[in-house]
Design a protein around this ligand. Structure first.
Ligand SMILES: NC(=O)c1ccc[n+]([C@@H]2O[C@H](COP(=O)([O-])OP(=O)(O)OC[C@H]3O[C@@H](n4cnc5c(N)ncnc54)[C@H](O)[C@@H]3O)[C@@H](O)[C@H]2O)c1
Length: 328
C-alpha cells in the first residue's frame, strides 16, 4: 500500500481520492482548507488522515501527493513536497506562469523523484492506440492536425462561478482549463507547438468574463494544426484528426473510439471502440502513478512536457491580447 496525500478536496481532488482508493493499492489522506469539504469527504471516503493546513500535512510521511489546488498554487506546493522527497502527481495546467519550475525541476532531478502531470487524456485507450499506430509508421508521417470540440461547462461544473475558473491568474478560462488537455494530447501525438496565433472570446457563460470560446492555429515543427473549442454547446463532442502521408486517423471522445481512412472517397473505418465509465481514466492514471512510484514505469506526462504545454497556454493568452503570432 502506498501512502497518498490529496491536496485540495474540490471537484477533481474528490475524484482522485476515490480513484486512488479504488485501486486497492493506496491509503489516502486529505489536505483541504474548507471545513465543509473536509467533513463531507471524511464522511464519504475511508481517509487515513485529514489535515486543515498544508504545513501540518508536510510534517506527515507520504510516498506520493496529488496536487489538486488551483493552478497558481501548484509549483509552490510541489516544491515544498519535493523538498521532503514526496513523489508528485500535479493537476493540469502545471501552473499559471513558468516561475519556480526550473527550481522544481532541479530538486526533482537531484532526488530522482517520480513526478507526472495529470493530463488525463494520456490514459485514454483510443489516444494510446493512435500513438502506437502513428509511431509504428502505419499511416506515414503526420502532416496536419485538426481538433474540434466543446461541451456545456455549467452542466458539468455548476459551481464554476465560485472556482479558479473565473480568472486567468488562478488558471481559469477555456485556454488554461479545457483547451490545454487537447493541446497536450496533440503535442504528445505530433510533437511540440513551435508557434501559434489565437483568437478567443467570452460568448455565453454567465457570471464570468473569461473566454469560453477559442480558436488556435498552431505549428508543431513542420506540422500545421488548428483547434476550435467552446465551453457552452449542448453536445459534448471532442474530435481530433491527424492527417498522415498515407491516410488519416481520428479520435472521437464522445464515442471513445478511433477510426482510420486510407482510401480516397471511402468511409471512416472504426479501428476500436472502448467502453469507459466516468472514473476509468482517473483510476488508470492513479495506477500509472503508483507504478511510477514503484519505479516500474515512466511519467505518463513528464514535467518537461507539462512545462511545454504551460508555455503554449501562456503564448495563446498573450496572442489573444496582442493579436499576433507567438514563437515558442
Ligand atoms: N484533470 C481534469 O480533468 C481536471 C478537472 C477539473 C480540474 N482540474 C484541475 O485541478 C485543479 C483543481 O480544480 P478543481 O476543479 O478541483 O477546483 P475546486 O475549486 O473545485 O477545488 C480546489 C480545492 O482546493 C482547496 N484549496 C485551496 N487552497 C488550498 C490550500 N492552500 N490547501 C489545501 N486546500 C486548498 C479549495 O478549498 C478547494 O476545495 C485545477 O488546476 C484544475 O485545472 C483538472
Amino acid at each position: 500500500m502506498k501512502r497518498i496525500l490529496v491536496v485540495g478536496g474540490g471537484s477533481i481532488g474528490e475524484r482522485h481520492a476515490r480513484c486512488f482508493l479504488n485501486t486497492g493499492q493506496a491509503e489516502v489522506s486529505l489536505c483541504e482548507t474548507r471545513q465543509d469539504v473536509r467533513e463531507r469527504l471524511a464522511e464519504n471516503y475511508k481517509l487515513s488522515n485529514v489535515f486543515s493546513a498544508f504545513d501540518a500535512a508536510l510534517e506527515a510521511e507520504f510516498d506520493g501527493a496529488v496536487i489538486c489546488t488551483p493552478a497558481h498554487l501548484h509549483i509552490l506546493m510541489a516544491t515544498q513536497l519535493a523538498k521532503r522527497g514526496v513523489g508528485l502527481l500535479i493537476e493540469k495546467p502545471l501552473s499559471t506562469s513558468p516561475h519556480g519550475v526550473d527550481q522544481l525541476a532541479e530538486l526533482i532531478e537531484s532526488q530522482n523523484l517520480p513526478v507526472s502531470i495529470a493530463y488525463v487524456m494520456r490514459q485514454h485507450p483510443a489516444l494510446h492506440a493512435i500513438k502506437v499506430a502513428i509511431d509504428s509508421g502505419r499511416f506515414g508521417r503526420p502532416v496536419q492536425m485538426v481538433y474540434s470540440g466543446g461541451q456545456h461547462f455549467p452542466f458539468y461544473r455548476p459551481a464554476y462561478r465560485e472556482t479558479y475558473y473565473t480568472r486567468h491568474e488562478t488558471g481559469g478560462g477555456a485556454i488554461q482549463d479545457a483547451l490545454t488537455h487537447m493541446v497536450n494530447a496533440a503535442e504528445w501525438l505530433v510533437g511540440p507547438v513551435t508557434r501559434l496565433v489565437a483568437d478567443a472570446e467570452h460568448c455565453v457563460l454567465e457570471g464570468v468574463d473569461v473566454e469560453d470560446t477559442v480558436h488556435l492555429i498552431t505549428r508543431h515543427r513542420s506540422v500545421p494544426g488548428s483547434f476550435s473549442l467552446n465551453q457552452h454547446q449542448p453536445a459534448n463532442e471532442s474530435t481530433l484528426t491527424i492527417l498522415c502521408e498515407r491516410g488519416s486517423v481520428r479520435y472521437e471522445g464522445h464515442h471513445a473510439s478511433w477510426s482510420s481512412c486510407v482510401e480516397p472517397d471511402s468511409d471512416w473505418q472504426i479501428e476500436e471502440q472502448f467502453s469507459l465509465e466516468r472514473d476509468d481514466l482517473l483510476v488508470l492514471q492513479a495506477r500509472a502513478f503508483l507504478s511510477q512510484l514503484d519505479g516500474h514505469s515512466e511519467a505518463a506526462c513528464s514535467l518537461a512536457e507539462g512545462l511545454q504545454t504551460l508555455r503554449v497556454n501562456l503564448a495563446a493568452l498573450e496572442s489573444v491580447d496582442t493579436e499576433s503570432w507567438k514563437h515558442l
